[in-house]
Design a protein around this ligand. Structure first.
Ligand code: T46
Length: 143
């Protein structure tokens, strides 16, 4: 079973070219968009990301160029090539992510459900695995 969603975005095309529209709180963007950022001018052979988020929801699109987006939910791993403006990845919560193999012209745009918050990041892979597999405190019986 896939644990991130790969979405084919609706393209409005005519003789002039193409247009894609994204609206918050829609089927494609199921959250309030509190932040937009984009990654570009990425140097050769770098790997970005290498962290998980606790709660953040994001929609990731290569609006230009391409890259590989690696995801890991602590049990399964997937490598997803994002290589066109009409392909989006919806990613939510506890998923380890790494981005790599950026083309020179890659512009990776991200719509995010929260403002930037370093407290939502998990940078240590072992901590991520413990968090994913750990028993929630609320389920522990007292006494
Ligand atoms: C994610 C992947 C896909 C800010 O000041 N505000 C922001 O909103 C963001 C995202 C970053 N920053 C600063 C923090 C760092 O000094 O920009 C610098 C680079 O950020 P970072 O190293 O976190 O970038 P990536 O490419 O490793 O990860 C980013 C996002 O942080 C992350 O949420 O899921 O892209």
């Amino acid at each position: 079973m896939k644990f991130v969603e790969v979405i084919d975005l609706n393209v409005f095309g005519d003789h002039r070219g193409s247009l894609i529209s994204l609206e918050e709180n829609s089927a494609v963007v199921p959250f309030d968009v509190k932040r937009v950022y984009y990654i570009f001018d990425t140097k050769e052979d770098v790997v970005r990301g290498k962290h998980a988020h606790k709660k953040l929801e994001q929609l990731v699109i290569a609006v230009s160029g391409e890259c590989n987006f690696y995801v890991d939910n602590g049990f399964e791993q997937q490598m997803i090539k994002i290589d066109r403006p009409s392909k989006a990845i919806y990613i939510k919560g506890l998923v380890w992510r790494e981005m790599m193999d950026f083309s020179d012209d890659c512009v990776l745009m991200v719509l995010a459900s929260e403002h930037y918050d370093t407290a939502d990041y998990i940078y240590d892979y072992d901590e991520f695995v413990r968090e994913v597999r750990g028993i929630p405190l609320s389920s522990l019986k007292k006494g």
